[in-house]
Design a binder for this molecule. Structure first.
Ligand code: SF4
Length: 363
């Protein structure tokens, strides 16, 4: 890291960087100080605010930092926010919080890399190094980069839009060409992985008790926001409209009908429907309930598998398979007019919802 990047005013904008953790460690501030000392009350309030912003806005906002003292408060608010979400013990809040931190940092990085100075390329190289992504600017270019396709595949696994598919990218000698802004979107995925790692933390009960004033007001906000999202038919974590079975693709409806009727459904279809339902916002318990009619239902095994697909076990949240994979396993049953326009069951769902919403608007 350059000196510029190691300054607290910079680090506090990216508090998940290794240099930021080192800075906090070297400052000699203990966990006890952060939790109890009056000196750090602003860091604690800002930590709470980070989580509230994640809940309400889906993004942790960048603060205007004008002094080192303010930067240190901002830096310390990050570990405190992580402690808060860990004490609340709500897996969907953890994911929303991590996504919101990564989104905020993505916007900051877009800004930091568009100043028109040489720092624009420096910061891209530094971030790439931090996350172990190999990248090069194209010769004579400041807006175009290239990266090895293996790194590209690793960090775009969760990006569902067609434009991220490798077949839709320009590939030369094993390297994928991208606009700088697209590359920053890929860094956002790496940031999310870093932020989500180790969450929820194993926080001792006495610490959770000591900060219960903060967690209680967050829980209240969480409840209110979820109610608002739920009433509007949106999933809290992703902002995705949920649970409209009338818009499910034929493949998923077919698997669900089979499960309802107690037909023994193959493993590939169970995986597909579980991932699909998680993606559209059903809870793990709601999904387990669906499997209860299966002839071989085993509550513990089903819970284990659903949690694994949700990413609770290995940290990777699976997405539903594409139409091509569904076809390979014999799980594609239909070809209605919407199927012909999509290559993914989730795209089918989104498109059908969009059409439905338009119809309602025009009525
Ligand atoms: S084409 Fe795709 S969305 Fe349609 S039924 Fe087949 S797998 Fe499902």
């Amino acid at each position: 890291m350059t000196d510029w990047c190691a300054e607290p005013v910079h680090l506090c904008l990216y508090p998940f960087l290794s240099a930021a953790s080192e800075y906090v460690e070297e400052s000699g501030i203990t966990l006890d100080d952060l939790i109890h000392s009056g000196t750090y009350r602003y860091a604690r309030s800002r930590g709470k605010e980070r989580v509230i912003e994640a809940i309400k806005d889906g993004k942790v906002r960048k603060q205007a930092i004008i002094s080192n003292a303010q930067a240190e408060t901002e830096l310390l608010s990050y570990p405190f926010a992580r402690i808060l979400v860990s004490c609340i013990e709500d897996e969907r809040l953890v994911r929303r919080y991590a996504i919101s931190e990564a989104k905020g940092a993505y916007e900051t990085l877009l800004e930091d890399s568009s100043t028109g100075s040489s720092l624009d390329t420096d910061i891209i190289y530094e971030m790439s190094e931090e996350f172990g992504i190999r990248v090069d600017f194209l010769p004579g270019e400041r807006e175009q980069v290239q990266m090895p396709f293996v790194d590209y595949l690793r960090f775009t696994a969760n990006l569902r839009d067609k434009r991220w598919k490798l077949v839709n990218r320009e590939l030369e000698k094993g390297k994928v060409k991208l606009r700088k802004s697209e590359f920053i979107r890929i860094i956002q995925e790496a940031m999310y992985e870093r932020i989500k790692k180790d969450l929820p933390l194993d926080v001792p009960a006495d610490i959770c008790k000591a900060i219960s004033g903060y967690t209680e007001s967050i829980k209240k906000e969480l409840e209110e926001t979820r109610k608002k999202f739920g009433d509007a038919g949106f999933d809290f974590e992703s902002g995705y409209r949920v649970k409209d079975p009338g818009c499910f693709p034929p493949c998923m409806s077919h698997i669900l009908n089979n499960l309802k009727e107690g037909v023994n459904v193959p493993h590939s279809a169970r995986f597909a429907v579980t991932a699909f339902l998680l993606n559209v916002g059903l809870t793990e318990d709601e999904i387990i309930e669906i499997y209860k009619n299966s002839p071989d239902f085993d509550a513990d095994r089903t819970r284990y598998q659903v949690e694994h697909i949700a990413g609770d076990k290995g940290g990777v949240r699976y997405t539903a398979p594409s139409c091509a994979t569904m076809r390979t396993y014999g799980n594609c049953v239909g070809n209605d007019e919407v199927c012909e326009k999509v290559s993914h069951p989730l795209s089918y769902y989104k498109l059908k919802l969009k059409k439905k919403r338009k119809k309602v608007e025009y009525k």
